[in-house]
Design a binder for this molecule. Sequence first.
Ligand SMILES: [Fe+2]
Length: 277
Amino acid sequence: MSSSIDYKPLSLSVGVEVDLDPSKPLSDVERDELGALFDQHHLLLFRGHEHSLEDQRRTVGYIAAPRDNTYITDTMEQTSAGNGELLFHSDLAYSSLPTFGISLYGETVTPDSARTVWANLRRAYLQLPKDLRERLQGKQALHLWENNHAHRRLREEDATDEGTGSVHPVFFKNPRTGEPSVYVSMLATARILGLEAPESDALLEELFSYLYAPDNLYTHQWQLHDLVVWNNVTLHHAREPHFGNAPRVLRRVAFGDTRFRDPRIRYRSADSKALSM
Ligand SMILES: [Fe+2]
């Protein structure tokens, strides 16, 4: 693609650093090119520019409408994901409407702040052997959420009435491009429906070997004022463990939605019909 925007790859498989100050208004051509880079590389890094919340919302708005704002911090007394290591996942996969896009801005970070890692779900799909892809075509998977479960994959036996969950296609389509990706995660996917647990576990492990292969990842060391914008249905993200007490305050703005999809079954408890699908 010829482009008027300078950019360079962040890794073999995920993301580009874009040489652009998005706190300044972009031309229509630049907006279109930014959207194309986002669709092709799934993650954009803007480095070296200070951004207000308004700047961040306008920047993600070049891709899709900005939604809620919040902060990811080490000092929160209670977050759903705790503040240590967090396994690979897609935000709100346990709901009927997974978040489409996420941006994080480094307000307070140091070289020792915990790193974030992304995995390319679209690239993993393209690398699956034909027979595995055919075997999983049309299958759905159950995704769960429970408070304070960040370090191991959730199973159906972990489900409580305080948790929740939802069902999505194993091959989830990117609403912007229609392209399918492998949408099962190391943190939240309890089972591929229609299969017994041992068969489902074996298939999930096989899928994880593609998703989380070292060459399918990008690990980001945060710098002050980094703005990272990514597609939450074509990438998983994970947080490495914290070392020491390095502060880390990231301002989060979600954007877009996946409402193009049919409403899915909402999973509530161990006697839910979702379990028997
Ligand atoms: Fe997350």
